[in-house]
Ligand binder design. Structure first.
Ligand code: NDP
Ligand code: 2IT
Length: 449
């Protein structure tokens, strides 16, 4: 195992986020390899950590002033053992090949846990949509799809949204794909309802996170009722995480963006959340503007010189990070534990650093890792694909019922796998092991391809 890890680092020494994601999985699946010697003989680790295909391309586009820009596009097709590549697209200036590879790697195991037939992939660009007009975003999406269209398809690779890619971008991307191919197919998920989208897809990731948290608490004889929660981010996942926590009787005290965070001591309610949704989704404003309307709330600007995030210093029972990777470091984790937090349920992908995770596990905090906890989004994407294949749309209750059932089943799969391998209560080990075993067995069934 050490040799394989060293080889992964040697090949791509700069891909820190990818190493982080791989190390976490490999550490926890070691007992599986010990129990199944044929896995080692078939070099499954070397095979599963090397993407099946990496596509990188140039995206030239013109802004409203006629100036030409060149961004970089990515699609990492990681693993197709259990289904077509499936995973979101991220548009954010921080995007690198390392970030997309880590996300694609995590997606393989996440998708495996959903019980649906989806392989893993991820893509995106270092394009920054912030401050760009709708026309600029449209031209960028069209330029991006001009290349991506060659590589994807409803039975090959089905992208969706992630940071910076929501309903508007999916619309522009779909339109360009349809024009290039002259085909109306379910090639993207997260589409609008009128042209093939699924009810509950916008809500699915956040709702799923909260269903998973509720399952974890129920397993420990507790519930979300009356619990104070810290949520980070204020985008798609944060918004619907907040909505479902409120619906289940919990309280949400914080939300954030990359500039700072708001703390509302009274907690958000339906009206305040509506205001946030309008501010972020329609006005594309900043979270600090919340305090102009609700003067009881306090806004704190992020100070890049600090080695911790003050959002995580508030007293609470639960934390649902829903912004980005590595947003909780060791010190943040200590602050959370010190502030009384007993449950972390990850909406963002890989929001906790490895040393933060150790703090949670050492302090018996219920820790719900992202690849299990936020799988509701891609699960409903899978349901969108199923509806597209049948050319039917299921009602809201049907999709939400299935989502609830899938989150329950992921919880059950994680707890059983953790117990089977002698790590009861360790959801991270359970998720990694269960996700891994299914994919590896499928790879072995299909031979050396
Ligand atoms: P959005 O673009 O809707 O929102 C992202 C939010 O996170 C914004 O509030 C943004 O602030 C903040 N954010 C982004 N980057 C940073 C950063 N570097 N530092 C601090 N804050 C940041 O994205 P989503 O809500 O869709 O995604 C949030 C997380 O959830 C991501 O980790 C994503 O991978 C994960 N996820 C998303 C799924 C989905 O279905 N959408 C499914 C599963 C996981 P700002 O406005 O300032 O950029
Ligand atoms: O990280 C994720 O699971 C997503 N961004 C959603 C992927 C999808 O295909 O719906």
């Amino acid at each position: 195992m050490k040799k394989i890890l060293a080889e992964i680092v040697r090949r791509d020494p700069d891909q820190k986020e990818y190493h982080q994601a791989v190390f976490e999985v490999l550490e926890t699946v070691k007992p599986v390899l010990d129990r199944n010697p044929e896995y080692r003989g078939q070099a499954v680790i070397a095979r599963i950590t090397e993407p099946e295909r990496v596509i990188m391309f140039r995206i030239p586009w013109m802004d409203d002033q006629g100036q030409v820009h060149v961004n970089r596009g990515f699609r990492v097709e990681m693993n197709s053992a259990i289904g077509p590549y499936k995973g979101g697209l991220r548009f954010h200036p921080s995007v690198t090949l390392s970030i997309i590879k880590f996300l694609a790697f995590e997606q393989v195991f996440k998708n495996s846990l959903t019980t649906l037939q989806m392989g893993g992939g991820k893509g995106g660009s270092d394009f920054n949509p912030k401050g760009r007009s709708d026309a600029e975003v449209m031209r960028f999406c069209q330029a991006f799809m001009t290349e991506l269209a060659r590589h994807i398809g409803p039975n090959t690779d089905v992208p969706a949204g992630d940071i910076g890619v929501g309903a508007r971008e999916i619309g522009y991307l779909f339109g360009m794909y349809k024009k290039l191919r002259n085909e109306f197919t379910g090639v993207l998920t997260g589409k609008s309802l009128a042209w093939g989208g699924s009810l509950i897809r916008p809500e699915a990731t956040g709702y799923g996170v909260v269903y998973f948290a509720a399952e974890m608490l129920a397993h420990a004889g507790d519930s979300l009722k009356g619990k104070n929660c810290l949520v980070s981010g204020s985008g798609n996942v944060a918004q619907y995480t907040t909505e479902k926590i409120l619906e289940m009787g919990g309280r949400v005290l914080t939300l954030s963006d990359s500039s700072g965070y708001i703390y509302d001591e009274e907690g958000f309610d339906e009206d305040k959340l509506k205001f946030v949704m309008h501010l972020k989704n329609i006005q594309r404003g900043r979270i600090r503007e919340y305090c102009e309307k609700y003067s009881g709330a306090v806004y704190t600007e992020i100070d890049p010189a600090l080695d911790y995030n003050p959002l995580w210093t508030h007293r609470a029972d639960c934390s649902m990070p829903a912004a980005t990777q590595n947003e909780i470091n060791e010190k943040d984790a200590q602050n959370l534990v010190g502030g009384g937090v007993r449950l972390i349920c990850e909406g963002a992908n890989m929001p906790s650093t490895p040393s933060a995770i150790s703090v949670f596990l050492d302090n018996d905090v219920l820790y719900g890792p992202s690849k299990a906890a936020n799988a509701g989004g891609v699960a409903v994407s899978g349901l969108e694909m199923a509806q597209n294949s049948m050319r039917l749309s299921w009602p809201r209750e049907e999709v939400e019922g299935r989502l609830k059932q899938i989150m329950k089943s992921i919880h059950c799969t994680c707890t059983s796998a953790a117990e089977e391998y002698g790590m009861p209560g360790n959801y991270m080990a359970g998720a990694n092991i269960a996700g891994f075993v299914k994919v590896v067995n499928a790879m072995l069934d299909q031979g050396l391809v």
